[in-house]
Structure formats: C-alpha cells, structure tokens
Design a protein around this ligand. Structure first.
Ligand SMILES: Nc1nc2c(ncn2[C@@H]2O[C@H](COP(=O)(O)OP(=O)(O)OP(=O)(O)O)[C@@H](O)[C@H]2O)c(=O)[nH]1
Length: 308
C-alpha cells in the first residue's frame, strides 16, 4: 500500500517548513517519496523551495483540491500510483477544507493501492487565536480531521500561551496526538513518528468511519483571491523590507499571506509575510523572481507595480 500523508494547516502555518523536515527524514531512510503541492495562487513558490533531485513534485495551481481541483487531484494520485512510491506527501493549500477529500478512498482504483496514513495539521502558535476566530471553518475542519496536531513557531511562545492553545485544540480534537515541543531540532525518527505513530487513519478503506460529505455541503466558495508576480528585478533588501512593511496598512488590499523568492545584488532571498509580520532569509533556491499573495480585495495592479 502506498501511504498518503497529508500535511494541512492555515496560510503560513509552517506546512512547507515541516514537509522539508519530513523529506529529509524520508530521504535519509531511502524511502521513495513523491510530493503533491496544491497552491491556491498561480505561482508555485513551495515547489521551488522544496525542489531537490531526490523527489518528484506534482503541482496543482490556481485553486483548491477541496473544490475546483478535486478531479485533478484524484487524477494526479492515479498517475503517481504506478510509480509505486513508498509515500505520497500532500500539502493542500492553507484554505483547504476536508470535505470531499475522503472520496479518494471510495475510488476503487485508488483505495486498492493507497491508504491515508496520517493527517498532520500544523497550527500557527503565533497567530492561532486571531486567525482561528476569523477563519473558523478552515481551522475547525483542519483541526478536527488531524491524526496529529503540530504547533509551530513555539520558541516565541510562553508556557502559558502554549497551554492555552493546547486547551483550545483539545476542545476541537481530543484524540489527535499533540506536538507542542519546538520541532526545529527533531531527529529523523521523531519526525517519522509523527506520520507513522498514529492509527487514526492507518487502516485503509475504513469507509464506515469516513465522514460522508457528499451531500448537503456542495462545493464551498472561497472568499479569497490571489495575485502571482514574476519579476526579473534585483531588489535591495531595504527595498523589499519597505514593501513588506507597508502591507498591514491595506493599501494593497487585505493581504493575509505573501511569499516569494527574489534576487538581491548578493544572493536570492525568500520572504514570508503572515498576518502582518514578515521574515526575509537567504535562499538556496535556484529559481528566483516570483511572489504570490493571497487575501481579500487585493489591488492587483498596485501589487504588480511594486515588483515590476
Ligand atoms: N521560528 C519558526 N518559524 C517557522 C516555523 N514554522 C514555520 N515558520 C516560518 O513561518 C513562515 C511560513 O512557513 P511556511 O512553511 O512557508 O508556511 P506554509 O504553511 O507552508 O505556508 P502556505 O503554504 O503559504 O500556506 C516561514 O517564514 C517559516 O520560516 C517554526 O516552527 N518556527
């Protein structure tokens, strides 16, 4: 059976960061893995960040596999299965709802060869309470379906804050394993335990236990929009900081998430903007000159002009 490991979490929670660790662990164990990346935006930043010669990456762009791209996702899984990987690691978009995804296991071609091994939901410790309140349907869905909940960005949190978030998570899912320790230094076997140490989804074809989401809900509508940018421009770091520093003031719309790989005079940098805070770091990526923004009421022309 090919194991399907789903790594969910809201926009900017830390999914890609976690998957990078999982990939390192799998590669060191000589597992054959395939990565499926679903980005709501038009530009695939995550694939560029995760690119390695050892792992084949499939991209599903401009939509969400829980609605418009569901058919493409199922077909992608069918295309991958003949390669017989040990594991398919799937990163849904941050605004993913676990509605019809379990129909995967109702497709005989897929369920005879593949089982959902784990659902790891990364929860952004820094922004949890604010985002959970504002975007509760996504949080409820991603948290309640998790076999493991992993808190990210914990070094910036106090013990009291970690306890408060843990209590809130337990109210929504009291059976998942909960990882609150900083996983920056986790060893390979600790990372793999998060995926393989759970039994919630370990058995294939437990159709009786799979929520039936096929009636009533229909495809939910995303209120979000995205803007993708490609640019050959070389930025001074200060220029980039100045751009990112303006985003909370909303003159470019309500930007919830921004990320990109940009050229500077010395090297390429990655930037990440989440909920009003930004971070810039040196990048190892060989692909640069792109950015992606997700939010509401985005001022596309103004954003494009910033990077043009
Ligand atoms: N300090 C710290 N930073 C983290 C941690 N996890 C993620 N980050 C940072 O948070 C930002 C967003 O992380 P990503 O891994 O790109 O988040 P994501 O969930 O893949 O984002 P989207 O796919 O855009 O929804 C990046 O700047 C990461 O470096 C963590 O555990 N600790």
């Amino acid at each position: 059976m090919v194991r399907l490991d789903i790594v969910s979490g809201f926009l900017g929670a830390g999914k890609t960061t976690f998957i990078r660790k999982v990939m390192e662990a799998c590669i060191s164990r000589r597992e054959k893995i395939v990565l499926v990346e679903n980005e709501f935006g038009q530009v695939s930043i995550d694939s560029a960040l995760l690119e390695t010669e050892h792992v084949k990456i499939y991209e599903l762009l401009q939509g969400c596999v829980c609605c418009t791209l569901k058919g493409d996702f199922f077909q992608t899984i069918k295309n991958i299965l003949p390669q017989k990987p040990d594991r398919i690691i799937f990163e849904p978009s941050g605004i993913f709802i676990f509605n019809e995804i379990f129909d995967l296991l109702k497709d005989p071609e897929i369920s005879s060869q593949c089982c959902i091994n784990s659902v790891t939901t990364i929860v952004d410790g820094q922004h949890f309470f604010q985002q959970n309140k504002r975007f509760s349907p996504f949080f409820e869905s991603q948290i309640s379906h998790a076999s493991t909940l992993v808190l990210s960005k914990t070094p910036s949190l106090s013990t009291k804050e970690i306890k408060e978030i843990s209590d809130a998570l337990r109210q929504q899912n009291d059976t998942a394993s909960l990882v609150t320790k900083s996983w920056d230094d986790f060893l390979c076997h600790e990372i793999m335990l998060i995926l393989d140490g759970n039994i919630k989804y370990a058995l294939p074809n437990l159709l009786d236990e799979i929520p039936d989401c096929s009636t009533g809900h229909g495809h939910h509508k995303h209120e979000f929009e995205s803007v993708g940018v490609r640019t050959a421009k070389i930025f001074e770091i200060r220029e980039l900081e100045n751009i990112l520093g303006q985003f909370p003031q909303a003159q470019f719309g309500n930007i919830l998430r921004g990320k990109g790989i940009i050229k500077t005079p010395d090297h390429c940098v990655e930037f990440s903007y989440v909920n009003g805070q930004y971070h810039i770091s040196q990048s190892k990526s060989t692909i640069a000159g792109m950015a992606s923004f997700i939010g509401m009421g985005l001022k596309k022309e103004k954003l494009l002009a910033l990077f043009g």
